[in-house]
Design a protein around this ligand. Structure first.
Ligand code: ADP
Ligand code: MG
Length: 154
């Protein structure tokens, strides 16, 4: 399937700005989206998820699921927050991701997605974080054209 991507770059100056950007995106989510977050420890991935959760109207507390692998937040949509930092082989996780991919009322957001890349034969939004100085972060967001409804914010 040919699905061109649109790439946009944002710079945030503090965690609140990263959250606000993600919250705008969260507001536009319809369910069925996959979002991959790529960047070092401390880059701002979990902070971004906090904004997304706010955007889908969830009041659930967002924390890093590093030890539990998956957290679920409920708002207007259900969001599965997955962190694969400690996963050693894709195994059951790739199976549950394929099941989640069928569920159009859920959003899936994955920190450290490398292990499952290529397993999911579906387009994903990809956010690459880099830290330039102190509290400045650069977010490079690649959006497949099929997610075009996410609009000008992406
Ligand atoms: P990750 O999930 O990528 O390991 P976290 O979101 O858990 O990262 O942590 C990011 C850390 O960086 C937090 O302590 C946060 O306060 C800090 N931070 C500083 N500036 C920013 C920024 N512009 N965006 C996001 N987080 C920032
Ligand atoms: Mg994290």
């Amino acid at each position: 399937m040919v699905d061109k991507t649109i790439v946009q770059t944002y710079t945030t100056q503090n965690p609140a700005e990263t959250e606000a950007l993600a919250s705008h995106i969260g507001l536009l989510l319809k369910g069925g989206e996959f979002i991959e977050l790529v960047g070092d420890v401390g880059a701002g991935k979990t902070t971004f998820v906090r904004g997304l959760a706010h955007g889908i109207g969830s009041k659930d507390r967002v924390s890093s699921p590093t030890y539990t692998t998956t957290n679920v937040y409920r708002g207007r949509l259900e969001m599965h927050h997955i962190d694969l930092y400690r996963l050693e082989e894709p195994g059951l996780m790739s199976h549950s991701l394929m099941e989640l991919a069928q569920d159009k009322s859920s959003v899936v957001v994955i920190e450290w997605p490398k292990l499952v890349e290529g397993i999911l034969q579906m387009p994903a939004i990809r956010v690459e974080f880099s830290s330039s100085k102190e509290e400045e972060r650069t977010l490079r967001i690649s959006t497949p054209r099929s997610y075009g409804y996410l609009g000008a914010k992406l």
